[in-house]
Structures are given as C-alpha cells and as structure tokens.
Design a protein around this ligand. Structure first.
Ligand code: ADP
Ligand code: MG
Length: 731
C-alpha cells in the first residue's frame, strides 16, 4: 500500500489548483459585521437598556435583572437577523484555548408552546458542566461547579462555522466560591489595577486624565503546511511539532523567504481568514513571510488589552479552521521544526489615557516629557524587579524548545531601549551632585520627542535579539510563545507595572512631604529607579554567549526550563504582589502553578509517547524493509562469487543502519522506563522536573539523532514520514 506520504505528494502533483481569491468587498464594508458593536446596541436597544450597557462597558457598572432581560432581547434580535439559532458563553479555561457550550434559543413554555427566547439570566450567567477543565484542585476543594459570567467589556459576536452560526458571549469563568478558573478574570483585574495606579501617577502631570487603558498589538507568527502532508505526520497531529526530521539540504540559509512574495495558495488562505477576521472586528493590518520557509506573520492594529487578547484567541481558532478549507494546516507551535526558526508572538504594549495620550510616546512639552519618562522608567523598574515573574509568564513546553535557542530571545529577561534613550537615562543618572533643582529646567526640557520617534520608528535603532524592547512608542515583549494566549503575559506585565507605579507615587509623596517641589521630587525618584534597575538594560546581542556570561555577572536570572521558571509564582514576593493588587489570592496562585506544571507534564508526555510510537511502529518497520533489501543484495553478490569489495558500501550502510536502530530502540526503551518512574512521583513539581531533565533532557535528542541518521540512510521510497523538504517547500 502506498504510504500517506506519497499519496499526499501525488495529490499535490496532480491537483489542478484553481485558487480563487474572491474579490472581496472593501474591508470597511464588512468590518465588525458579526459583532454586537455599540452602534448596533444603539439600534437594537431601548434608550434605557443602551445606557445601562454603555455604563457597564465604559464604567464597569453592574447590569440589573430587568435591564439584563432587555439587553439579552436586543442581542437576540440582532443575532436573529443573522440567522443565529444558538448561543454560547465563550470563555477561556486554563487549557490555553477558548471553550464553548452551545445552547439554543429554542425552549418550550409550561403550556407546551415552543418559543425562542434569550433571557437576561442566560446572557449574564451560565453554569457549564465543566468538571473536566483544569482547576488545580480548586473546584474539588471548594465547590464542584464553576460558572461563567458575562464580560461586557468584550462585545458579543456571531461565529460562523460552515453554515452554522452561533452567538458567542465573552465571559469570565469562576468557581462558586469566587476563585478564578480562567485566563480572563485575572487579566481584567490586572487592567483595573493598572488603570488605577497609572491614573494616580498621571495626576502629577495632567488632572484631566481619569482613565488609563493598557493597549496591546500582537504579532502572530505561524507555519502553514499542506494538510495531506501534515496528516501523514502523527507527531505533528498529536503534538503540533515534528519530533523527527533531518534538516533539508536547503533550509533558511538563503533567507530567501523573509518578506518574499507570498505563495499563491497561502495568499488565498490569508485572504480568506482575514475576511473572517474582519467580520469579527479583528483589525488585521499586516501580513508577510517570516524568516523560515513556510513561516508567516500577521498583526492587527493595537487595541485595548482585553479585546486584543480575545481577538488573538479568535484569530488562532479561525486560522486553524479556515486552513482546512484550503487543505492546509496551520502550525501555531513555538517550534514545529528543529533547526528552523520557531514562532513567537510579540506583544506590543503601551498605555493610553482618556485624553488621547500614549504614555509611552515621548512628549512635546516639558511636562508631557516628564510624564513619558515617568512611565518609561517605571516600566523598566517593574521588569527589573519582577523579571522572574515575566519569565514565568511565558513559560511552557513549546517555548522551552525556542527560548535561548540562538534564534529567539534568551531566557534572560533584559530590556533594549536604544542609543538615544540610554543616553537620556545616563544623563538622568549622572547628574552632577546627583541632585536636581529648579534651575534644572534643561533636564525637563530634553528634546526627547524630536529625536526618539525618528530614531526608533525607522528601524535603524532596533535590536531584534532583545526579549523586551522599547520600539519608539511602546514596549515589545518578544518572548511570548506563538501558540499561547497573551493573557498570562499581559496579566503579569500590567500587574507589575501597576505595583511599581503605586510604589512610585508613595516615593514621590515622601519627597514632597520633605518639602521638595513636585517636578523635582518626580525627577529624584526617577533617578533612583534608573540606578536601581539599570542592570536589566542591555543593548548588545542577546543571542550571544557573552551575554549569558555578562548577565550571570550582573546577577540576572536565567532559568531555562518551565518547571523551574514557574517557581517564581510561589515566592513570597509574588504572593504579596498578586494578593495586594487583588489579582490572585494565594490559593488561586498555587492552583495555577499546579495547572501549569500539569500542562507541561502532559505535553512532554505526549511528545515522548508519540516519539516511542513512531520509532517502533513507523520508522523501525520501514528501516527493516530496507535492511532486508540490502541483505538480499549483499547475499546475491556474494553468491555470484564477487569479492567483498563489490558489496563493501552496502555492508557499510547496513552496519550504520544496525547501529542507529540500536541507538533508537534502546533510547526508546530507556525513555519508557524513565516515564514509568516519573509517573510514580506524587509531587507535581518533581514529576515535571523528571519529564524535563530526564525524559526530554536525556532521551529526546538521542532518539531523534538516530532516527534522523536513519532518514539519511534508508531508501527514500521506503520512508513513510513526509520529510522536512516536503513539509516546508511543497504547497
Ligand atoms: P514590527 O514588526 O516592526 O515590530 P509591526 O508593525 O509588525 O512592527 O507591529 C507593530 C505592532 O505594534 C502592531 O500590532 C501595532 O498595532 C502595535 N502597536 C503600535 N502602537 C502601539 C501602542 N501604542 N500600543 C500597543 N501596540 C501598539
Ligand atoms: Mg515586532
């Protein structure tokens, strides 16, 4: 029987591609078509209900039962114009993905009349039977069930799947006793904390500022491969990445893919998922080829963080589904191919005021300049003080394959700010006598606004190797993994900046109490923060070995693996931080830590299993077939009376094959034995470390080394798994 590999290749060769890129309407014509926007709310709600919704969206006000009913009716009326019959609470359990449970509007009244209805109660709160979502023991400890509750700050939307249409209500997900069981709840709390802390500090500069909204613009990297080929790779299907595969003769060394022309089949797919995204109000803006072959990126216009996180989750879901229509498979994994660049999700982050100011954009007047410097330096201080937590926020099995692998930001958290701002901070730090006084107007008048934007925005003063870089008017957290939600990274970042700003205010107040003028007090605290946190600043090559040494000298943490990185969540400092800002209580924190460790274990376990299975049931049988061919051939030549020299090469290949079979099989056996030992461990952290250091650390590379060598020895026609060259270049 022909293997799936060759079937897929045949299909690709014989397919008469009729790629139709629909001449789609203008983006503005379809943008937000499937979203219950404020504008639609206006249209479908009574004045009263509209006001209630608006004050909930903008001011976080509670919606009462009566208004809830009215709003629900309005949303239903709108959804029905789109042919929607079902609704779901759309939430983000700690699996990292989004979850849905569909219910229909259809119901039967007491007297037997069938009707369609959607009550306020159904809009506002639901009880999914969610006993199999990860809870880290929380639900077991407290209550058996959790419930979902509407998050009015993210608008309801209609998801189209094939011909089915479902109304999705974004919700949080909490246990009956109030502990959060999802990614959204802590994020919303962190955004509130940041808003409050930032508004307080803004008061020093502008009394008109009453709200600060953190903003996020993510850049999503991903691979696209032919679905037929991907389906012939059980490792890709099961774990999202190829556990075997020899490097192709041509990889990314020519760098001919980066920003190259987008292949037509991919282009059609992009157009398709972009259109779906626009309908859902995801403001995609950029698309291009990435560095690795078959790797691409898309990025939207930035939005308020909560919405941006939801949109990213929706996009990942959409891409995966739309790809199927095109017989393509999207790989969101951080490292689908060894030896080829992995994928990340840069998180561009800033803060916007309700007066229309970007707090990380250098100002035009001395006052706004000082405001910029304040938020800029506070962010640096936050990253410096809580580098371990930021590192933990991006930890995961997928990212472990990527971080520090000479192509991605290292596991050391450092900040790049560029030449000009380094110079500014230098000046702040080395003020003669270390003091500012009222004559120091010059300091406050630094012409930051004129020089920075041009320098940073034209790309000349950028450093691509930094995990946390200032890029002109925002910070870019580059170490976030491509497959994960931005929620965790954003929860941590916004919390640590909130905490730092709170401390900043206290410090400034203390100086003012001592009789210093406000601006001078601000300047002095900024100066102290620059001194205290300057060791986190690094302008050089983050991928270099020298940096690792230098960072160690500076005492910067460099935790390379997930099980250890996650320890940061449980330090006393972390518990104090999250509790005092009302993000997580210590029980939630411990539960999350447990869930993340468990997720790590499961992912490595899946990879280990699929490795063992492929080695034994796919690689070995095809190698044996080829081995027999060689044996027959050698025997035949011998029987024909030829001298040893005639079959020396064949013998040599045969010997190599035997050696690598041995290496592969004994590796698998030993790995399985270690898995048994690890599974017997009761402590989750110890188990995660065993999976990391022993099962993955000791055996993955050995097994892979032997399999990849076999790939280079065995007759291509006998090899069952699609090769890297096919996965990366055939489409
Ligand atoms: P690059 O790849 O050079 O970093 P891109 O243009 O691809 O730049 O991505 C920049 C991202 O940063 C976009 O998603 C953009 O919306 C986002 N961004 C720009 N300004 C802000 C801001 N003030 N806050 C958050 N994100 C921003
Ligand atoms: Mg970027």
């Amino acid at each position: 029987m022909q293997s799936l590999r060759f079937k897929a290749i045949d299909k690709l060769n014989n397919s008469t591609t009729d790629i139709k890129v629909e001449s789609s309407a203008k983006i503005t014509a379809i943008f937000g078509e499937n979203v219950f926007t404020i504008k639609k709310a206006r249209q479908f709600l009574s004045d009263e209900a509209f006001k209630s919704l608006l004050s909930s969206v903008r001011g976080g006000k509670k919606i009462d039962r009566m208004m809830g009913n009215q709003i629900a009716n309005g949303i239903k009326a709108w959804a029905e114009t789109k042919g929607v019959t079902h609704f779901t609470h759309w939430f983000q359990p700690l699996t990292g993905a989004s979850a849905e449970k569909h219910d229909s509007f259809f119901t039967i009244k007491g007297d037997g009349t069938p009707i369609e209805e959607f009550e306020g109660a159904a809009l506002i709160q639901q009880e999914p039977d969610a006993s199999s979502f990860p809870s880290g023991g929380l639900r077991a400890t407290f209550e058996a069930r959790g419930y979902t509750a509407w998050d009015p700050s993210s608008p309801p939307f209609v998801m189209e799947i094939g011909t089915g249409k479902t109304l999705c209500i974004p919700t949080i997900y909490v246990s009956y006793t109030g502990e959060s069981l999802d990614a959204k709840t802590p994020l919303l709390k962190a955004l509130v904390a940041l808003d409050k802390a930032a508004v307080d500090v803004c008061q020093y500069f502008d009394k008109n500022i009453t709200k600060v909204t953190p903003t996020l613009g993510w850049e999503q990297e991903y691979f696209v491969v032919d679905a037929g080929l991907a389906n012939a790779r059980p490792d890709i299907l099961m774990s999202g990445r190829s556990v075997f595969g020899h490097a192709p003769a041509k990889g990314q060394q020519l760098e001919d893919h980066y920003f190259g022309t987008i292949p037509e089949r991919i282009y059609a797919f992009m157009r398709d998922f972009e259109e779906e995204s626009y309908k859902l109000g995801i403001p995609l803006r950029t698309r291009h080829n990435e560095v690795a072959p078959a790797q691409f990126e898309c990025a939207p216009i930035f939005e308020e963080v909560n919405l941006a996180v939801d949109h990213n989750l929706l996009l990942m879901d959409l891409m995966t589904r739309v790809a199927k229509r095109h017989s393509l498979a999207v790989l969101l994994h951080e490292k689908p191919f060894a030896g080829i660049n992995g994928s990340g999700k840069h998180n561009n982050w800033s803060m916007a005021t309700d007066t229309g100011v970007n707090l990380l954009a250098p100002g035009k007047t001395p006052k706004t300049n000082l405001m910029f410097l304040t938020f800029f330096v506070n962010t640096i201080k936050a990253v410096h003080d809580y580098a371990d937590l930021l590192r933990a926020s991006i930890a995961g099995a997928g990212n472990d394959h990527r971080l520090g692998a000479n192509e991605a930001p290292p596991a050391i958290i450092s900040i790049f700010i560029g030449k000009y701002l380094s110079e500014v901070l230098n000046q702040v730090e080395t003020r003669v006598g270390g003091k500012f006084d009222e004559q120091d107007e010059a300091m406050l008048k630094l012409d930051i606004h004129k020089s920075i934007p041009e320098l940073m925005l034209d790309n000349t003063d950028r450093n691509r190797t930094s995990p946390f870089a200032f890029t002109g008017n925002k910070f870019e957290f580059r170490a976030v993994g491509s497959s994960v939600s931005c929620a965790q990274a954003m929860t941590v970042l916004n919390t640590i900046v909130a905490e730092t700003l709170k401390q900043f205010k206290k410090d400034v107040e203390a100086s003012i109490d001592k009789g210093e003028k406000k601006e001078i007090a601000v300047m002095h605290v900024i100066q102290r923060y620059v001194v205290e946190s300057k060791k986190v600043l690094f302008e050089g090559d983050g991928y270099s070995d020298e940096w690792e040494k230098e960072a160690a000298k500076r005492g910067l943490p460099n935790v390379k693996t997930t099980p250890l990185a996650l320890d940061a969540y449980l330090t006393k400092k972390s518990k104090t931080l999250f509790e005092s800002n009302d993000i997580y209580n210590h029980i939630e924190l411990e539960a999350r830590h447990e869930i993340m460790l468990e997720e790590y274990i499961k992912k490595v376990q899946i990879e280990a299993r699929i490795m063992g299975e492929l080695a034994t049931t796919i690689i070995l049988p095809s190698v044996i077939k080829y081995q027999n061919v060689l044996i027959q051939n050698i025997k035949g030549l011998k029987d024909a009376g030829l001298s040893e020299a005639a079959y020396a090469s064949q013998t040599q290949v045969l010997e190599k094959i035997c050696k690598h079979i041995e290496g592969m099989s004994s590796g698998v056996e030993a790995m399985i034995a270690e898995r048994k030992k690890a599974n017997a461990l009761t402590d989750t952290r110890e188990k995660a470390i065993a999976y990391c250091d022993t099962i993955k650390g000791k055996y993955f590379d050995v097994i892979r080394y032997n399999v990849d060598k076999l790939e280079m020895l065995v007759d291509d026609a006998h090899w069952m798994l699609p090769k890297y060259r096919e996965l990366l270049f055939l489409r």
